[in-house]
Design a binder for this molecule. Structure first.
Ligand code: C2E
Ligand code: MG
Ligand code: MG
Length: 797
């Protein structure tokens, strides 16, 4: 899943949940505030209603006091027992009562009782025939009051009892019971015990509720119900009243106002509250919606800008095709964490890219990078119709550096060589040479390649190849030693030699291989690819594979070439020469297959086979025929690297019980010049065993005559090439042969002349003092049986 999508999935719910919870919290706190605001309005309204009722009660009470303090009242009480006056007094009293302005309150009944509770006057406007009633509690209270007054326990008279009642038809009634005396004013605070006591009872229907109730209707609409009912516990009246909220019912909240005289219970339905909360809810919902969206987009934008975009830019850069096969990542500016991280990542990628594309030892491009670069050169070459090429080269004899000096020395040689090459190429004027681009790479081990683009002339390739050769012209200097390493260079050109990169690399390898195996110039050589070289390589591969088969199937044999002593003209020994008997190799002589065996490493086992076979044969001849000649056995320079070789020779000598002095080991001079200390040590060890050492094909190498004294050599074998020409008026060759023989005399070495085909040659060699000869004049290499017959018969005596 993409990072941006992931962020959407994470961010949106997180923001939504956060804001939703905040909104819920806010909603509930708002709800409480709204509820307390509504509650306080309702409480105030309830109090207001109650206060209006109190005002009505006070008004009614005020009127009764005015009435009772009036003259007519006194007259009526003083004189109502006078029969003649009673009717008139009652009439006046009733008129006065009816004329009283109750200010909206409605008088229901008015009556007077004496101190014995006997009715003195009774007026009931609703029921004229009703008897005046005083309920039990009121009566008890009244009696109690009168007793207290009479006993002078109370010396004031302003005593009153209020009772709120609700009539059966729902009217709100207030019953006022007041003790008074016609002998003093109600407002008088002093009361004398001899004053007469009367009780006035008045029932008034309270006004002023409608207005209060209308308020609720206005505010709460249909969503409430109200009930006012009397309280029995107290008879005092005060304006103090408390409103409490009873527990929430399912249907709504109950507000209870408790007054001394009445309880007012208001049930406000939930619908009302819900309606009040609804705007907040809607407002919060839309707020959460919009704020979530806005926050989401702002955060997304910020995250995209600060985090996702740099990562996307980086990943797009990584997707981009490489610029010239190198990653071209642009670092980001700014020092925020993302930029720092991105830049560190870029550094890491570049480093990894460098590791992936470069060789760690030399710092040159590696094989992968080389191939990519080569492909890009080929593309350019096709596009621009120019040539490109590869120069492949590997170091000759490099293995001996590793073997003799260790791998650290090998690494150091490779590094120094590549540094020198880079330096040498850096100093070139490439425009002048006619090459537009190049890539130098280490392919593996001691193998290097250069891909070149835009080549104008093939002479440029020769210049560049010679530059490589020049670095190793005189070997390679390491720790004040000259290492005998050279270089073989192969060159292939696109599109002349191949039409794709793979084939081109192959062609350069073929040319390089051919340069390496060039008999004439083995150590430092370059070659251009040609189809012939391809055949040559195929031939090489065929020979190598057949040699392996021959070793496995024992398809080899030895032939023996007699060696003649010039003094006695007798066979004094033989040289064992290898022949392959397999059908496939029959047409190839050792001159062709031995170099292949040497280059492919098969020679090691071949040498062992020859050594054992020839020593076995020598032992057989000695045993059967008392053979006392010397058997010369060829061995390859490979054995100088084989620490077991001397032991192997010793083992075979012991095994076949032959005198070591009858064995002469031949080593070709060209290999011998590379004589490192190890080779010398080996030759000394062999020499100490009594084995003779001869330097084969002498004259083809570069052994300084002065060096001969240091080497444990017994014989020099003059190469056939020089002997061939001595009688063809080739003074130069004759001089060389003469010199070899003279020098041998000085160093007390035997000389064997190879390739004696004519008597003249033989005579000449004898004349100059050569000790031994071998050649077709005497015998071609023959089978073991033929040789021993020749030796027995001594034809040449
Ligand atoms: P080499 O050791 O110099 O052997 C002498 C070569 O010269 C032999 O060739 C021999 O047949 C040839 N030869 C000698 N006298 C004459 C002559 O008068 N006329 C002509 N035309 N040729 C003559 P061959 O047997 O073909 O061997 C070639 C090379 O192969 C040898 O040169 C030696 O370097 C190598 N070789 C042969 N056998 C072995 C072996 O068993 N082990 C190793 N390591 N190398 C061997
Ligand atoms: Mg030889
Ligand atoms: Mg030879």
């Amino acid at each position: 899943m993409k990072l941006s999508k992931k962020i959407n999935i994470i961010l949106l719910p997180v923001i939504l949940i956060t804001f939703s919870f905040s909104a819920i919290y806010f909603y509930y706190s708002q709800k409480e505030q709204v509820f307390s605001a509504i509650s306080s309005v309702i409480k105030d309204d309830l109090k207001h209603l109650s206060e209006e009722m109190i005002v009505s009660v006070n008004e009614a009470d005020f009127l009764i006091r005015v009435l009772l303090d009036s003259k007519d009242s006194y007259n009526f009480i003083d004189e109502f027992h006078i029969k003649e006056k009673k009717y008139y007094l009652e009439k006046t009293f009733i008129r006065n009562i009816k004329n009283m302005d109750f200010n909206g309150n409605k008088l229901v009944s008015f009556g007077l009782l004496d101190s014995n509770h006997s009715e003195v006057f009774n007026l009931n406007l609703k029921d004229p025939f009703s008897k005046m009633k005083i309920n039990e509690t009121s009566e008890n209270n009244l009696v109690d009051l009168i007793v207290k007054i009479k006993n002078k326990k109370i010396n004031y008279l302003n005593s009153v009892i209020y009772e709120y009642q609700k009539s059966s038809n729902g009217h709100h009634l207030i019953k006022i019971t007041r003790v008074f005396s016609p002998d003093s004013f109600i407002s008088d605070t002093f009361y004398s015990y001899n004053h007469r006591l009367y009780v006035a009872l008045m029932t008034v229907e309270l006004k002023g509720l409608d207005e209060g109730l209308a308020k609720f209707t206005d505010e709460l609409k249909e969503n409430f119900s109200i009930d006012i009912y009397p309280r029995d516990e107290s008879r005092k009246i005060s304006s103090d009243s408390e409103v409490e909220i009873l527990s929430k019912l399912k249907s709504g909240y109950t507000f209870l106002l408790s007054h001394d005289l009445w309880n007012i219970e208001l049930l406000v339905h939930n619908v009302y509250f819900d309606k009040m909360y609804e705007p907040i809810r809607n407002w919060l919902l839309s707020l959460v919606f919009y704020i979530t969206l806005v926050t989401f987009f702002i955060l997304k934008w910020l995250i995209s800008k600060q985090i996702i975009n740099p990562v996307v830019i980086l990943s797009n850069q990584l997707k981009l095709p490489r610029d010239g096969l190198r990653l071209n990542l642009k670092k980001q500016t700014g020092n925020n964490e993302v930029s720092v991280l991105t830049n560190k990542y870029i550094d890491l990628i570049m480093e990894l890219d460098n590791i992936a594309t470069h060789d760690s030892l030399t710092g040159l491009s590696n094989r992968g990078q080389f191939k990519s670069k080569l492909k890009s050169y080929l593309d350019k070459s096709i596009k621009n119709n120019v040539k490109c090429a590869i120069i492949s080269f590997d170091l000759n004899n490099f293995k001996s550096v590793n073997d003799n000096w260790g791998h650290q020395a090998g690494d150091s040689v490779l590094k120094d060589f590549s540094d020198q090459l880079v330096e040498s190429y850096a100093s070139l004027n490439w425009d002048k040479i006619g090459v537009s681009e190049f890539e130098l790479a280490r392919i593996s081990g001691d193998e290097f390649s250069i891909a070149l683009s835009g080549i104008k002339e093939s002479s440029a390739l020769i210049t560049l190849s010679e530059k490589i050769l020049s670095l190793l012209e005189d070997g390679f200097s390491y720790n004040n030693n000259i290492l005998n390493i050279g270089v073989s260079v192969g060159i292939a050109i696109f599109p002349d030699d191949a039409d794709d990169a793979r084939k081109l690399i192959h062609c350069a390898d073929v040319a390089m291989y051919s340069a390496k195996n060039d008999k004439n110039n083995k150590n430092n050589n370059y070659k251009f690819y040609s189809v012939e070289l391809e055949f040559e390589k195929k031939r090489y591969e065929m020979i190598a594979s057949n040699l392996r088969d021959s070793l496995r199937l024992n398809e080899f044999k030895l032939v023996y070439m007699p060696i003649i002593d010039c003094k006695t003209n007798e066979i004094c020994g033989a040289e064992a020469l290898l022949r392959a008997t397999s059908e496939n190799l029959q047409s190839y002589g050792p001159a062709e297959f031995i170099p292949v065996a040497e280059n492919s490493g098969i020679i090691k086992d071949i040498d062992y086979w020859v050594l054992e076979e020839s020593i076995k044969q020598l032992s057989d001849w000695i045993e059967k025929y008392n053979f006392d000649g010397i058997l010369a056995i060829n061995f390859s320079s490979w054995q100088f690297k084989n620490p077991c070789f001397v032991k192997k020779v010793m083992y075979l000598i012991e095994k076949y019980n032959v005198p070591p002095t009858c064995i002469e080991l031949e080593i070709t001079e060209t290999y011998f010049v590379s004589g490192e200390s190890r080779s010398l040590k080996m030759l000394h060890e062999l020499n100490q065993l009594g084995i003779k050492i001869s330097l084969d094909d002498f004259g083809t190498g570069f052994t300084a005559f002065s060096q001969l004294i240091d080497y444990p050599i017994n014989t020099l074998k003059i190469d056939r090439m020089f002997v061939n020409d001595i009688m063809k008026n080739s003074k130069k060759d004759r001089l060389l042969v003469d010199m070899i023989v003279e020098i041998a005399k000085i160093y007390e070495l035997d000389v064997v002349a190879e390739g004696i085909e004519t008597t003249e040659q033989f005579e000449y060699m004898k004349k100059i003092g050569c000790q031994k000869v071998q050649g077709f004049l005497f015998s071609k290499p023959v089978s073991k049986d033929n040789f021993i017959n020749l030796w027995k018969n001594q034809n040449y005596k």
